[in-house]
Every structure is written in structure tokens, then in C-alpha cells.
Design a protein around this ligand. Structure first.
Ligand code: ADP
Ligand code: ASP
Ligand code: MG
Length: 397
């Protein structure tokens, strides 16, 4: 029997009605003769709500500065979101006559490093999942969470349920991992900001990973990295299309590379870091505070880098350490637009045209073989996405 891993994101599980449709889809897949492993995210915007609650708890009257909740406790808090989903889906499947069992990340053998809130999966030991499949059960796994070697509960960074799904698919020897969300695959840009973005039926892993790292949240970058390493094919689909036995479009993320500009990605919630102090000490401070830096550039003037605030809940600690390394500035409210594709950053003509297509001078401009990026105030990102899409992707499809 072939193993199918199906992952359902927060929007597919936003309420009980949608969760019921997911239960139906899962039971149908099982009855078609597959072994089914389901990975779930927290319902709707639950993770955001839990994080807000955690921050409020740290700021209650009588709290002492600095009021940042500890990352370990944030992991304990947010990992409950996926537990709720897994139990409810299991109940709904059983109510339809299916035989399901829900398992947490640690029960499923998702072993991570000990970097709380942004942990990396080191190893998957899916013995319990395999035992339950051998009993004929549908196994529901809580995404986004794991357990460190010190037996601490960890979470995998925002959007990390995709990574749970692909890593499990690889460990179980599944050929395919279906990732269901509210969009029917990957487009040449986020259809929410670029209405004439085109659907991509196929896309190579390198381009998709770069898009995800640049902020396209349709798939998680580490999930794509696992797919590339293990040969698992990701199929990105819209859950609503596949309800009641119907089907729809999908994007298949494959290993074979495709050259040229494929997509434009907008990212928000970034901070631009500049330092003219001791840059080596500043890099050490970022490592100490677990703050991931992107596009680090060192030159005569010092260091420039960007920080995605999504997976960095405690910048206050980083700022305290950074202050000891000399003058630095951290500009929040920034965004980034990126043109992604194998080889795009190697073409001076593309870089020049990208610069010309922007209405205003960006704060910073970077290029690498797979990406050209401009840093802008957050509010300028949607216009820049549309401008680059029209200039590079819209016309070539
Ligand atoms: P889930 O909660 O199911 O994991 P996400 O919200 O993480 O789903 O991802 C789906 C969203 O990704 C879509 O609603 C869409 O707005 C956004 N998105 C960003 N870039 C793209 C793109 N290039 N193609 C498709 N969707 C994209
Ligand atoms: N629930 C988590 C988040 O909102 C993980 C995920 O959705 O993949 O980031
Ligand atoms: Mg997601």
C-alpha cells in the first residue's frame, strides 16, 4: 500500500465545518486504499492569538522589564494549537467511521535541535506512526512541533507544519506529500497582491526554496529543503477544490532545475540592521540571541543585514547585546521585494532593469544567483511587486 502524507494548514481547519470537509477528504483517501498520515496546523489564526496572549501575560501589572516571554514557554504555549486540531480531526474522522489516532510531534518521533521557537528537525524516528499505520489506522500528527534531545518541546518556526509533513513523508518512504491551503498552488506572485499572477503547474525545488526564504509563505523553505534532499514530491493544492471527491489544480515541486525569472515575492515585517561597530562581535550577538540575519553584507562602512521579525520574538535581548558592539541602527517597518529564478542575479541587465522599474530608490539592493531583492518601506511593497511582475514575469509566460 502506498503511503500518502496530507498536510492541512490553518485556513483549511479554520472552523468545524471546514474541519469536517477535511475529515471527509482524509477518509476518502483511506478508502481509496492508501495508508494515510495527516499533518495538521492550528485552526485559523490560533497561533497568532496564543502568541498575543503570551505577550500580554508578560506585561501584566507588576511585571519587571524586559517583558519578553521566554522562548521555551512560548513553545509550550503555541504547540497546544496543533494539539487541538489533531484531536478534533481524529474525533471527526472516527465519527465518520474511520479509524484514526492523533499523535503529538514528540510521539511521532520528530527530533529537533534545542533552539526554541525556531528549531530545526535533526532526525525523524516515526516508529509509533508506522505501528499505527500497520494497525490500519489513519495517523493524525500535530505539525510545527517536535522534541529536542533534552526532551524539551520545541516548535519549528512559523509555517513549520509544512516541514513536519515533508520530513515525515521522507522518513516513511512516501513519494508524495500533498500540502493543502487556501490557494490552488504556487503562482508567479502572491495572487492577493498581484491579481494577474499566473498558476505554475510545476516548479523546481531551488526556485521554490528561494521564494520561501524571500517570504512567500505558500510553502515553508525548510520543507522544500527536505523535499530536495529526500526526493519527496510536494503537491500544493487548495483543500476546497478536493472536497466531496472533486479535484482541482496543483503545483508539483520537482527536483529538475528550470532557469530564468519565475516569480516575484513580497515580504513584510522586516527590520534593516546597520552597524559601524565591531561587526564580528555583532554577528556573535545575533548568534547568541538566536536572531537569524539575512543578506549579511560587510564592507568598509560596516555591516548591513535584514531580520525577519516573524521568527525573532525577542529582539530586545539582541539589542542589549548589540549595544555593546558599537553604533548600530535597527529600522523596523521595512519590507522587501524579490525577483526569484535560477540565474536572475547573475545578469547585470536584469539588475539594472529591476532598479529602473522601482518608482523610488530602495534603502538597499542585493543580488545572489537565485534572487534580486530591494528593501523598501513596508507600504511600498505591493506596488513594487506589481511593477516587477509586469516587467519580468507577466510578459514572459
Ligand atoms: P496555510 O495556513 O494553509 O499554511 P499559508 O497562509 O501559509 O497557508 O499559505 C497560503 C498563502 O500564501 C496564500 O493565501 C497566499 O496569499 C500566499 N502566497 C504568497 N505567495 C504566494 C505565491 N507565489 N503563490 C501562491 N500563494 C502565495
Ligand atoms: N500554526 C503554525 C503557524 O501559524 C504552524 C503552521 O501553520 O504551519 O505558523
Ligand atoms: Mg503555511
Amino acid at each position: 500500500m502506498t503511503i500518502v502524507v496530507q498536510k492541512f494548514g490553518g485556513s483549511s481547519l479554520a472552523d468545524l465545518e471546514r474541519l469536517g470537509r477535511v475529515a471527509e477528504l482524509v477518509v476518502r483517501t483511506r478508502r481509496a486504499g492508501h495508508d494515510v498520515v495527516v499533518v495538521v496546523s492550528a485552526m485559523g489564526k490560533t497561533t497568532d492569538g496564543l502568541l498575543a496572549l503570551g505577550r500580554d501575560a508578560a506585561r501584566l501589572p507588576g511585571s519587571e522589564a524586559p517583558p519578553e516571554p521566554p522562548r521555551r514557554e512560548l513553545d509550550m504555549l503555541v504547540s497546544t494549537g496543533e494539539r487541538v486540531s489533531m484531536a478534533l480531526l481524529s474525533i471527526a474522522i472516527r465519527a465518520r467511521g474511520g479509524d484514526a489516532v492523533s499523535l503529538t510531534g514528540s510521539q511521532s518521533g520528530i527530533i529537533t535541535n534545542d533552539r526554541h521557537f525556531d528549531a530545526k528537525i535533526i532526525e525523524v524516528r516515526p516508529f509509533r506512526v508506522e505501528d499505527e499505520l500497520a494497525r490500519g489506522r489513519i495517523v493524525i500528527v500535530a505539525g510545527y512541533q517536535g522534541m529536542s534531545y533534552r526532551r524539551e518541546i520545541t516548535t519549528l518556526g512559523r509555517g513549520g507544519s509544512d516541514t513536519t509533513a515533508v520530513a515525515l513523508a521522507a522518513a516513511l518512504g512516501a513519494e508524495r506529500c500533498e500540502i493543502y491551503s487556501d490557494v490552488d498552488g504556487v503562482y508567479t506572485a502572491d495572487p492577493r497582491s498581484v491579481p494577474d499572477a499566473a498558476h505554475l503547474p510545476e516548479l523546481d525545488c531551488d526556485t521554490m526554496q528561494e521564494m520561501a526564504e524571500a517570504g512567500a509563505k505558500v510553502l515553508n523553505a525548510r520543507a522544500v529543503e527536505w523535499a530536495k534532499k529526500s526526493g519527496v514530491v510536494i503537491a500544493a493544492r487548495r483543500s476546497a477544490d478536493f472536497a466531496d471527491g472533486a479535484s482541482g489544480l496543483e503545483t508539483r515541486v520537482l527536483a529538475a532545475a528550470q532557469a530564468g525569472a519565475r516569480a516575484v515575492v513580497g515580504d513584510r515585517k522586516l527590520a534593516l540592521l546597520r552597524s559601524s561597530g565591531d561587526t564580528t562581535a555583532l554577528l556573535a550577538a545575533a548568534a547568541d540571541a538566536n536572531v537569524p540575519l539575512r543578506d549579511v553584507t560587510l564592507d568598509g562602512a560596516g555591516l548591513t543585514a535584514s531580520i525577519s521579525l516573524l521568527n525573532a520574538p525577542d529582539l530586545r535581548h539582541f539589542c542589549e547585546l548589540a549595544r555593546r558592539t558599537g553604533p548600530f541602527s535597527l529600522e523596523a517597518g521595512m519590507g522587501q521585494v524579490s525577483l526569484v529564478g535560477v540565474g536572475v542575479g547573475n545578469e547585470p541587465a536584469t539588475i539594472a532593469a529591476a532598479r529602473r522599474a522601482l518608482p523610488e530608490a530602495p534603502s538597499w539592493f542585493t543580488s545572489s544567483p537565485l534572487r534580486v531583492s530591494a528593501f523598501l518601506p513596508e507600504g511600498a511593497v505591493p506596488d513594487a511587486e506589481r511593477a516587477w511582475h509586469a516587467a519580468f514575469v507577466g510578459t514572459t509566460r
